[in-house]
Design a protein around this ligand. Structure first.
Ligand SMILES: [Zn+2]
Length: 109
């Protein structure tokens, strides 16, 4: 009879894939873990060119457009949302709008 358990399942939501698996979900989880470590240390999102920065940019844009891994109701969207909620200062709405605007101009240009 304890309801403290629900909070601890967060970490154990991993799939049954082996460590070396590189399916979409595992890839996402690994990248997000790396981003979290980076954010814990730097208090900022990885923005220099590289795999992590690309990953973050992709999730942010997909989240905004509700596509890819970030489709509405998708399990990975929830995980990403939880990450954004943890670090609201890194994901301020204005930034997101600016960010999406930048992407649009890239696409259109
Ligand atoms: Zn996997």
């Amino acid at each position: 009879m304890s309801d403290t358990k629900t909070k601890e399942t967060k970490e154990t939501q991993k799939s049954v894939c082996p460590d070396t698996c590189s399916c979409v979900k595992c890839d996402f989880t690994k990248n997000l873990d790396a981003v979290k470590k980076y954010v814990d240390k730097e208090w900022d999102l990885p923005c220099e060119e590289g795999e992590l920065a690309d990953f973050v940019a992709e999730q942010r844009s997909d989240y905004g457009y509700e596509r890819g891994l970030m489709v509405e109701g998708g399990p990975l969207r929830k995980i990403w949302k939880a990450f954004m909620d943890e670090w609201p200062e890194l994901f301020e709405m204005e930034d997101e709008i600016e960010f999406l605007r930048g992407l649009e101009s890239e696409v259109c240009g």
